[in-house]
Each structure stands twice: as C-alpha cells, then as structure tokens.
Design a protein around this ligand. Structure first.
Ligand code: L34
Length: 293
C-alpha cells in the first residue's frame, strides 16, 4: 500500500510554478494576480482562503483578499464581481463557496467573466471541459488527475466509481475520468444518495473517488483488494482532545480501508493541498492568457 502524498506533490508543483513566474518576470512579463472574495466567517472557508493566499506567495503571485460580512447583499457582491471583471490588473479571481443563503450562488458564478474564472465554475468553462476544449478546469478534480498521473496510476479501462454528484467535484470528475486521454479512459459510474447498489458498485471498483462529505462513509467491506482510493471529504468533526476543538475527517474510514488499497490518499494532506495547487496552475494560465485573450 502506498500513501498518496498530496502535500509533497503540491509543494513540488508550487516550486515549478514559482520558477516559471520568475522567468516570466525576468523577461519583462506580468506577475500573475489572483483575487479572492471571502464572505462571512465560515471556519473551513477561512482556512482554505488563507492557504490560497499563502500558496500565491509561494508561487510568486500577487494576491488580493477581499472580505465581506455575511450581511452583504447580492447586489453589492455582484458589483464587486463586475469591478474585478473590469480590473485589468486582476488575471483571475474566485468567490469562495459556500455563500450565505440569501445570495444565489449560481447567479454570482455566472456573473464572473469566464476568462477570469480560475475556479472553472462558469458554465462556459464547465461546457468546454466536458467536450475537451482548453479551459479552466475546476481545482479539486484537476488536482486528483495530477495525483493519478504523478503516481503513475493506470486509469485506462479501469472501473472508476465516483461517490457524489456535486457541481464542483462529482460531475466534473466523472467527465474527466471518461475523457479520451490519460488520466482518463476509465469506465465511470457515479453513485449518490439515490443509488440502490452503491456498496456493490464500490466493491467492483478499481478506483473509488469519495466526494460526499459524509465522514467515514467508505468502509473496508466496500473496497476491493488492490483498489485505488481517493478521499475528497473534509468534514470538521468535534474533537475535545484537539486545541482547535475539531479534527478533519475524510469520507473514507482510513485505518481499515488503507491495508486493502494499492494507493490511498489521506485527509488531511491528500486532495486538499492539490486543490489549492491546481488553482495556482489556473492562475498561472490566466496570467499567461493561455486559454482566452
Ligand atoms: N470557490 N469554493 C470555491 N473554490 C474552491 O476551490 C472551493 N474549495 C472547496 C470549498 N469551496 C470552494 C476549496 O478551496 C474545498 N476547498 C478546499 C481547499 C483546501 C483544502 C480543503 C478544501 C485544504 O487545504 N485542506 C487541507 C487541510 C486544511 C485544514 O487544516 O483544514 C488538507 O490537507 O486537506
């Protein structure tokens, strides 16, 4: 069994990005600039956005963090999105999700200029991704593809079961794993809360990608000997023994599942750091105007 080290892989890639940025700047090019909008004080979002700002520093990017209280109106948020769309210094930006309930997330996502949508959430990027055109690919699925490739994990003709059908992970993951190239060419099954034979599907899987946000959902009896298991879950569960009062829990019951796996990604230190690293790659592409002028 081999543990997939997302933290180390992300660190390596950030070094590669930083080297490229220094080269761009040395040749008189522009330092990529990522802006992030954070609304409210959700604990997870605070941590993830802080990690994104730190990653920008590690890559040699300029970053701007724009904070609003959760009392902000939808109109005010949309006005900020418009301002960032029109700011020539900003190469790409994100609006960290989730947003407060009184704001329509989809409306905000669609207000972002797709040429600056480094999250890859805009329907134009989602559509282009699904037919294999150059575009921003959403960070979590792209981070998972990078891990599969860097660890040389075979995906061609493999049965891949994806647990969860969210717009930011499950759906794009399914479309990428079935794309006609490596990593991809897999036979993909998407399971969710209404799938009657979820356990049986998992037991037949060569690759399981768990993205349901349900702590310890995947147990040893659901995993075939030699399977590859990727854990996308990051749920905060109360833990009185920790200074923070919580610990991060994946969707996979790691201790009992790991011994059966050929490869497994841990939580923390697996997919999370790769999500941030993929956002950095997209920001570099945005700075270079790689996909859109
Ligand atoms: N707009 N909203 C937007 N873009 C995104 O790409 C995200 N996502 C998801 C939530 N909302 C978003 C993230 O940034 C999830 N996500 C994310 C990013 C980073 C980490 C986890 C999720 C991460 O760094 N995880 C670390 C542990 C961090 C901790 O200590 O809590 C890990 O090792 O898994």
């Amino acid at each position: 069994m081999q543990i997939i080290d997302g933290k180390a892989t992300a660190a390596e890639i950030k070094k590669e990005i930083a080297a490229e940025v220094e080269q761009i700047v040395a040749q008189g090019g522009k330092r990529p600039h990522l802006a992030a909008i954070l609304v409210g004080h959700d604990g997870g979002s605070e941590t993830y956005v802080k990690n994104k700002v730190l990653a920008c520093e590690a890559c040699g990017f300029k970053s701007s963090l724009i904070r609003f209280e959760d009392t902000i109106t939808e109109e005010e948020l949309l006005a900020k999105v418009k301002e960032l769309n029109e700011d020539d210094d900003v190469d790409g930006f994100i609006v960290q999700l989730p947003l407060p309930k009184h704001i329509a997330e989809q409306k905000v996502i669609e207000a972002i200029d797709y040429r600056k949508d480094v999250d890859g959430f805009h329907p134009i990027n989602v559509g282009r991704m699904s037919i294999g055109l150059p575009c921003y690919i959403s960070a979590t699925p792209n981070g998972i593809l990078t891990l599969l490739a860097r660890y040389g994990i075979e995906t061609r003709g493999k049965k891949c079961v994806i647990l969860g059908r969210s717009n930011i992970v499950g759906k794009p993951m399914a479309s990428l794993m079935m794309q006609k190239r490596y990593p991809g060419d897999a036979t993909v099954t998407v399971c969710h809360s209404h799938s009657p034979k979820l356990k049986e599907e998992c037991r037949q899987a060569d690759i399981i990608i768990a993205a349901i946000g349900s702590p310890n959902f995947v147990t040893a009896d659901m995993v075939k000997e030699g399977a590859v298991v990727i854990d996308v879950g990051t749920t905060r569960v109360p833990d009185a023994t920790r200074k923070s009062g919580f610990r991060l829990c994946g969707d996979v019951k790691f201790d009992e599942v790991a011994p059966k796996c050929s490869f497994i990604s841990p939580v923390p230190g697996g997919v999370g750091p790769m999500t941030i690293c993929s956002l950095m790659k997209n920001t570099l592409s945005a700075g270079k105007k790689e996909f859109y002028k």
